[in-house]
Write a protein that binds this ligand. Structure first.
Ligand code: MSP
Length: 513
């Protein structure tokens, strides 16, 4: 089974902030989860390099747009490397393969009679790279996202007959039995889109006469293709389009396009309409998460309240940051973030629950068994292991299937708490004096239960789950073991084995004060 997931391709006008990292980490967690579940995964991210916004940012830095985007795309790649993002491909819209793909799409729309020329005058927000109606502006006449005044533009442009797609889109979005059903999640966002769609659709301008930094329109070289049409096409370019014989084309249509609500309309209305206009299959699901906000305002570079992922990675560590980013606020609505909220979550979930558990189990194994995994009788898994497994299979798995990452993280905590509580109940330090055999059994069950949790923790914390896996004397790679575990069923043979040497854990998550 294939699974194709995408992030938006980000504008390169500035360095990535934790809001961009949020989407990318979430997509990476999902991609890794699907991979260990046996899916053939294609995970795409990249950069949106054309348009007025980039041209202006390059000019400000005294660089050509190409020089500027070469440099800035490198900065995005660096951050994704730092955050251990396992993308399959990083697409840049200035690449030859993409230019060819966009030109093929627009030419097909033209050939299908869906493009016409018209004079147009409207307000344009450069930050959003879109025309805006008066009603979309705030009470001061500003773009609500960029708090900037849109500029009046008047040009002769080419238009796409978007208005023809109102009914076909409504059918695909609202009817789950439609063979080309487009699922928009969460439900509230779907309702917003369908509500707006029902009010009617206007044709949209898909070219610019006055902007040279873009892909030339194949049927009128005086104009460039509107940056949003250019950008959306990236998702199909990466699968080899227009060469549908390309091996990667098997991944089309995409399974999930992930993004925040600011760009949901483009993805759930304009993008599928373009594809339909070309007779191409449309995406299966569009998932919109909320904004990271600071004191209620969307975090963004233009508002000057952006937090750098580098700063947070330095403070908490890379894997903890990946975990905290997706577990702090519910996945869907907006949520305020602050350093103190991240710190509190770090201390509670990672220092006190996970870190404390590993350290106490390893300390007991050191004290009573000289850091050797003790031998437990019988092949049967313990009651503790079964209840941990139950939480992971019932809570974690279903939450992941619904992209509820914060709830999946909660299920991990619940499973960890079960082991911590069991240790309190067992009081192994008392058993040490009375029943060594039972003590061995108990320690063995803690280790196996931890191993099991690590398999599920892996997508969130790929490096630290491997580190703890090795500390617990489980063999090889946690990722490979996870794949085997899900493929072959719960074979216990992949977990910590009696006689194997445990490692001193040290302090994995130093408490933050
Ligand atoms: N280039 C377009 C996307 C084209 S996709 C075909 C664009 N780029 S962007 O750089 O502005 O990125 C927008 C996306 O970044 C949002 O949809 C979201 O995924 C992510 N985020 C940006 N700021 C964010 C927050 N403050 N909080 C959460 N996500 C954030 O739009």
């Amino acid at each position: 089974m294939k699974f194709y997931i995408t992030t938006p391709i980000y504008y390169l006008n500035d360095e990535p902030h934790i809001g961009h990292a949020y989407t990318t980490i979430a997509a990476d967690i999902m991609a890794r989860w699907k991979k260990i579940r046996g899916f053939d995964v294609f995970f795409l991210t990249g950069s949106d390099e054309h348009g007025a916004k980039i041209a202006a940012a390059a000019k400000e830095k005294g660089k050509t747009p190409q020089e500027f985007t070469d440099e800035m795309s490198g900065k995005f790649k660096e951050i994704w490397k730092l955050l251990n993002i396992s993308y399959s491909d990083f697409i840049r819209t200035t690449e030859e393969r993409h230019i060819k793909s966009v030109q093929t799409i627009i030419q097909t729309l033209y050939d299908n009679g869906l493009i016409y020329k018209n004079k147009y005058e409207a307000l344009y927000c450069i930050g959003c790279e879109k025309f805006m109606s008066e009603k979309e502006l705030d009470e001061n006449g500003l773009c609500p996202y960029h708090k900037a005044k849109p500029v009046l533009q008047s040009e002769e442009n080419y238009f796409f007959k978007l208005s023809q797609f109102q009914q076909p889109l409504l059918e695909r979005i609202t009817d789950p039995s439609h063979k080309e059903h487009l699922e928009i999640c969460p439900e509230e966002r779907k309702n917003e889109i369908t509500g707006k769609l029902k009010l009617g659709l206007e044709d949209i301008s898909v070219s610019r006469a006055a902007l040279s930094w873009g892909i030339p329109l194949p049927f009128d070289k005086e104009q460039t293709i509107y940056v949003w049409v250019d950008a959306l096409v990236n998702y199909i370019t990466a699968t080899g389009y227009p060469n549908t014989a390309d091996a990667l084309y098997k991944f089309w249509p995409s399974d999930i396009h992930l993004m925040a609500k600011d760009i949901l309309w483009f993805h759930s209305v304009i993008w599928p309409a373009i594809l339909m206009g070309c007779g191409l299959p449309i995406p299966k699901q569009i998932y919109s998460h909320g904004f990271f906000t600071i004191d209620g305002n969307k975090m963004s570079k233009s508002l000057g309240n952006a937090i750098s992922p580098r700063y947070l990675a330095d403070s908490f560590g890379i894997d903890p940051l990946r975990y905290l980013a997706v577990s702090l606020i519910p996945f869907g609505p907006d949520g305020d973030i602050s350093y103190s909220a991240l710190k509190a979550k770090y201390n509670e979930d990672l220092a006190d629950n996970l870190g404390n558990l590993i350290s106490r189990v390893i300390k007991m194994a050191a004290k009573y068994f000289d850091l050797i995994v003790p031998k437990a009788s019988g092949e049967e898994s313990s009651a503790l292991f079964k209840s941990v497994k139950n939480v992971l299979e019932n809570d974690f798995e279903s939450e992941m299937d619904n992209f509820q990452l914060h709830k999946a993280a909660f299920a991990l905590q619940k499973a960890l708490t079960l082991i911590n509580q069991q240790i309190e109940n067992d009081a192994p330090w008392k058993l040490a004096k009375t029943d060594r055999e039972d003590l061995a059994q108990k320690i063995f069950s803690y280790l196996q239960s931890i191993d099991l949790i690590l398999i599920y923790l892996f997508p969130f914390m790929p490096s630290l789950s491997q580190k703890i896996w090795t500390i617990c004397a489980a063999q090889g790679s946690v990722e490979e073991s996870a794949k085997q575990y899900f493929k072959k069923g719960a074979s216990l043979s992949i977990f910590s084995k009696a006689g194997a040497k445990l490692l001193d854990s040290g302090i994995l998550f130093p408490k933050k004060v």
